[in-house]
Design a protein around this ligand. Structure first.
Ligand SMILES: *Cc1c(COP(=O)(O)O)cnc(C)c1O
Length: 779
C-alpha cells in the first residue's frame, strides 16, 4: 500500500459515506475516511498475524488502562505514509492538521496506562507475540476545563463520531456471570502497528452489554423495571474509566470492571487454548504467559483456577498452572495505593472468586506451617476481612517486578521484604521505557532529522544507536540543536496562544512540569519556587536570571480536593504574575488545560528543563522524565525512580539533581520538623504564606488546608508528608542554576541537552519489552 492508493480509498469512502470530496470534509469525516482506508491497508498483515498467533507461545498484557492517545498520525507514521499523505492532502487543498480536532483515545489516567500503550507498540515492532487486554470505556478520562482557575470535569465522549480504529467482534463475545447479573462482554480489536507495518498486533478491549434475553425481557416481561435495571447494570460497567487516586466511591463498580476484564480475558485465552489441546492443560503455562499491570487484574489468577476447575482440574493443579502463567508488575510503594478489597464487597460481585481466594490463602498457610515459618501481618493475603491484592499477586505468580532499579530495591528491602525472604528468586527489575516512534520520530521530526543527518537512519528500531551522537557533539551540532529547539518552542507558543490565549516568548527558558497532579509529585513545591522568584524579582533581586516560562499540565482526580486546590492556586499565581507589568517580560506561568498525549507530544519537544521533583522513594519510575530526556531537556530532579538511571546514563554534570536521598529521608523521618525550616527561611515563608495572607482569596478554605498540611498535618498524615520544606532550599538554588546556565552559555547548555539525547537509548520500551520477553515470559 502506498500513500496514493490510501488517499484514493479515502476519497472513495468520503463519497460513499458522506457524499463529499476530501476538500469539503469535516475533521471527523476526514478522520473516518483516512483511518478506514488505513485499516483496509493493514488488514492483510493483521490477518496473517492472527493466524500466527495460535501456533506460538503467547503473552497477554492485562491492564485496566491503555492510554493510546491519537492513533491516526501514529499509525500513518508507523506505516511510513504520514509525510506523503500530508503532502498529497495539501495538493487537494486539505490541511492534515484538521485532524487536531479529533479526540485522543484516553482509556487511562497517566503513566501506567501510557506504559501499557508503549509496551504494545514495542512488542509488535520487536516481534514479541503480545496481545493487550483491557476495557473499552464509553467515556475516557474526563476533559478538563478551568472555571475561575478551578478544574471542572467534562465527559470525554470520544467515540461519538465513530471509532474507525476498532473492529467489533460479536462472534467472540463471552458471558461474564456475576451475582448482580450476567453480562455480555464484546471484544473490540484495535490494530497495533509495528514500525514499517511489517507486523500488526492487537489490543482487545471488552465492552459490556446486556444479553439479548434481557433486552427482550425489557419488552416482554411483567417485570419491566427489573429487566431495565439489569440492562443498565450491564451497560454501566464499562461506561466510565475509573479515575484513580480518589478516596472512595463506586467501589462495587470498580470490582465489576476488574472482574469483567479478567473473566472475559481468561475465557478468551482458554477458548483459543482448547482449540489446540482440548482439555489437556499440561501445555497451558508453556504456551501462555500473562502479565498483570499492577494489581488491578489480579483476580485473573483465581478466575483461571475457577475456569480450569469447571473443566475438572483440581485446585492444586490449577493453582500451579496459574502460578506458572502469571507475573505481576508493581507500580507503587504508597500504602494507600495498594489495593485491598473487603471480602463482603467481592462477595457481592463474584462470590465464586472469594472462595478460591480463601483456598489460595489456606494453601499459603499450610505451606508456611510445613516450613515452620511465621506469617507476619505483611504476609497476610487476607487480613481483617480484606483481601490484600498485592500479597495475593506476589504469592500466586512466579515473578514480581518493580519498574526502575531503585524502586525494585525498595520492594525487596521494604514493601515486600518478608516476601523477598520467602521467594527471593521471584523478584526482578524491569526499568520502564517509552516508544521512540511516538516520542521522538512522530512528535519531533525536526530533531529526528538532525539525528539522522548525523548518524544515519535507524534510531526508530534501535535507540542505542543514539550513542553514536556523542563523538559528534561539537559547537556546530549544538547550534543546530538550538535551532531545532527554537522551532519546537515557536510551535508550542503558537499552540498555547491559540488554545490558552497566553503569549509566550520562545526566547524564554521553558521549564516544564507535565504529569498527573498529586501531592507526591510536588507541583506545590514548583509553585512555591515560582512565588519565590516572583518575590525576588519584585525586590530587584535575581538581576542575572534570564526570562523564564513555567509550563504546567496536569489533571487532578475529581475527588482529590488538595490536588484541585493546587491547580486553582497555580492558576491564580499565573494570573497575578502574567499581568504584572514589572515582571511579565521575565516570568510567565501557564497551566494548559486538558493535558493528554497530544499535548505531551507538543510540550515535551519544546522543553529546556524537565521537572521530576518527587521526594526520593515515592515515584516508582516515571516515564515523562524519559520522554523529556529523549527530546533534549535537562532533568531538574531528585534521586528518585528512573531519574537515578537517567543521571547514570547521561552524567550528573548534564543534569540538575537536588534534594534528600532515600537514605537521608529514612534517617530523619521520625524527627522531621518542617516548622523549624519554615521559621528560618524567610523567602520560603513568604511564598507559603501567600496561601493564607490574603494574596490569593481563599473562598473555600482549601488554601488554608494546603498551608496546614505542610505545617500542622492532619489526622491521617504528619506535617509535610512529602518533605517540601526539607527539599525547598536546594531545589530553589538548583533551579536558578539551571535557568541561568540555559542562557549564560548556550552552547554548553545545548551540549548537556544533546548528551541527554545521546544517552537515552536505555529508555526505549523496546529494551524493556525484550527483557520481559526473555526474563519473564520466555517467549
Ligand atoms: C508519559 C505520560 C504520563 C506519565 O508522566 P510521569 O511524569 O511519568 O508521571 C502521564 N500522562 C501522559 C499523557 C503521558 O504521556
Amino acid at each position: 500500500m502506498n500513500a496514493k492508493q490510501l488517499l484514493k480509498d479515502a476519497e472513495q469512502r468520503m463519497m460513499t459515506e458522506y457524499h463529499k470530496d476530501l476538500a469539503h470534509a469535516s475533521a471527523q469525516e476526514l478522520h473516518n475516511a483516512i483511518s478506514g482506508a488505513a485499516m483496509d491497508a493493514l488488514a492483510p498483515v493483521w490477518v496473517k498475524k492472527e493466524e500466527a498467533r495460535s501456533s506460538r507461545r503467547q503473552a497477554a498484557y492485562l491492564s485496566m488502562e491503555f492510554l493510546v492517545g491519537r492513533l491516526v498520525y501514529n499509525n500513518l507514521y508507523c506505516m511510513g505514509l504520514l509525510d506523503e499523505v500530508k503532502s498529497l492532502l495539501k495538493e487537494k487543498g486539505v490541511d492534515i492538521t484538521l485532524l487536531e480536532d479529533v479526540e485522543d483515545d484516553a482509556f487511562g489516567n497517566g503513566g501506567l496506562g501510557r506504559l501499557a500503550a508503549c509496551f504494545l507498540d514495542s512488542a509488535v515492532t520487536c516481534n514479541v507475540p503480545l496481545t493487550g487486554y483491557g476495557l473499552r470505556f464509553r467515556y475516557g478520562l474526563f476533559k478538563q476545563e478551568f472555571v475561575d482557575g478551578r478544574q471542572v470535569e467534562l465527559p470525554d465522549d470520544w467515540s461519538r463520531f465513530g471509532d474507525p480504529w476498532s473492529v467489533r467482534r460479536l462472534d467472540e463475545a463471552v458471558v461474564v456471570s456475576m451475582k448482580t447479573g450476567d453480562v455480555l462482554a464484546v471484544p473490540y480489536d484495535m490494530p497495533v502497528v509495528g514500525f514499517g507495518a511489517k507486523n500488526v498486533g492487537t489490543l482487545r478491549l471488552w465492552q459490556t452489554e446486556s444479553l439479548n434475553e434481557i433486552d427482550f425481557a425489557v419488552f416482554n416481561s411483567q417485570d419491566y423495571a427489573k429487566a431495565a435495571a439489569a440492562k443498565n447494570q450491564a451497560e454501566d460497567i464499562t461506561k466510565f474509566l475509573y479515575p484513580n487516586d480518589t478516596k472512595k466511591e463506586g467501589k462495587q463498580l470498580r470490582v465489576k470492571q476488574q472482574y469483567v476484564l479478567v473473566s472475559a480475558t481468561m475465557q478468551d485465552i482458554l477458548r483459543a487454548y482448547r482449540k489446540r489441546h482440548g482439555s489437556d492443560y499440561s501445555f497451558f503455562s508453556r504456551e501462555v504467559a500473562a502479565q498483570l499491570n499492577d494489581t488491578h487484574p489480579t483476580m485473573a489468577i483465581p478466575e483461571l483456577i475457577r475456569l480450569l476447575g469447571e473443566d475438572g482440574v483440581s485446585f492444586e493443579d490449577a493453582f500451579l498452572i496459574a502460578r506458572d502463567t502469571f507475573a505481576y508488575t508493581n507500580h507503587t510503594v504508597m500504602q494507600e495505593a495498594l489495593e485491598k478489597w473487603d471480602l463482603s464487597l467481592l462477595s457481592s460481585v463474584c462470590p465464586q472468586i472469594v472462595s478460591i481466594i480463601k483456598k489460595i490463602d489456606a494453601r499459603f498457610r499450610r505451606e508456611m506451617k510445613k516450613a515452620g515459618k511465621e506469617i507476619t501481618p505483611s504476609l497476610c493475603i487476607i487480613l481483617d476481612g480484606r483481601v490484600h491484592m498485592a500479597e495475593l499477586a506476589t504469592y500466586a505468580t512466579h515473578a514480581i517486578n518493580g519498574v526502575a532499579a531503585l524502586h525494585s530495591e525498595i520492594l525487596k528491602n521494604d514493601v515486600f521484604a518478608d516476601w523477598y525472604q520467602l521467594y527471593p528468586e521471584r523478584f526482578q527489575n524491569k526499568t520502564n521505557g517509552i516508544t521512540q516512534r511516538r516520542w521522538l520520530g512522530l512528535c519531533n521530526p525536526e530533531l529526528s532529522k538532525l539525528i539522522t543527518d548525523q548518524i544515519g537512519p535507524g534510531f526508530e528500531t534501535d535507540l542505542d544507536k543514539l550513542k553514536e551522537l556523542v563523538p559528534k557533539i561539537n559547537k556546530s551540532l549544538c547550534g543546530k540543536f538550538r535551532t531545532v529547539k527554537k522551532t519546537k518552542k515557536k510551535q508550542l507558543c503558537a499552540e498555547i496562544q491559540a488554545k490558552e490565549g497566553v503569549l509566550l516568548d520562545p526566547d524564554m527558558v521553558f521549564d516544564v512540569q507535565v504529569k498527573r497532579l498529586h501531592e507526591y509529585k510536588r507541583q506545590f513545591m514548583n509553585a512555591l519556587s515560582i512565588l519565590a522568584i516572583y518575590d525576588q524579582l519584585k525586590r530587584g533581586q535575581l538581576k542575572d536570571l534570564p526570562p523564564v516560562a513555567f509550563i504546567f499540565g496536569a489533571k487532578a482526580a475529581p475527588g482529590y480536593d488538595r490536588a484541585k486546590a493546587v491547580i486553582h492556586w497555580i492558576n491564580l499565581i499565573a494570573d497575578k504574575v502574567n499581568n504584572d507589568p514589572k515582571t511579565k517580560d521575565r516570568l510567565m506561568v501557564v497551566f494548559i488545560r486538558n493535558y493528554n498525549c497530544s499535548w505531551a507530544e507538543k510540550i515535551i519537544p519544546a522543553a529546556d528543563i524537565s521537572e521530576q521533583i518527587s521526594p526520593a522513594g515515592t515515584e516508582a519510575s516515571g516515564t515523562g522524565n524519559m520522554k523529556l530526556m529523549l527530546n533534549g531537556a535537562v532533568t531538574l530532579g531528585t534521586f528518585d525512580g528512573a531519574n537515578v538511571e537517567i543521571v547514570e546514563e547521561a552524567g550528573r554534570e548534564n543534569n540538575y539533581i537536588f534534594g534528600a536521598t532515600v537514605e537521608e529521608l529514612e534517617k530523619i523521618k521520625n524527627s522531621y520538623d518542617p516548622v523549624k525550616i519554615y521559621n528560618k527561611n524567610a523567602l520560603l515563608r513568604r511564598a507559603l504564606d501567600t496561601l493564607t495572607d490574603g494574596t490569593f482569596p481563599d473562598d473555600d478554605g482549601m488554601f488554608a488546608e494546603l498551608h496546614d498540611a505542610i505545617l500542622k498535618g492532619a489526622s491521617w498524615h504528619k506535617p509535610d508528608h512529602y518533605y517540601v520544606m526539607k527539599d525547598f532550599a536546594d531545589y530553589y538554588e538548583t533551579k536558578l542554576q539551571a535557568i541561568r546556565d540555559a542562557k549564560a552559555d548556550e552552547t554548553g547548555f545545548a551540549r548537556k541537552c544533546l548528551m541527554n539525547v545521546a544517552c537515552a537509548g536505555k529508555f526505549s520500551s523496546d529494551r524493556t519489552i525484550r527483557q520481559y520477553a526473555k526474563e519473564i515470559w520466555k517467549v
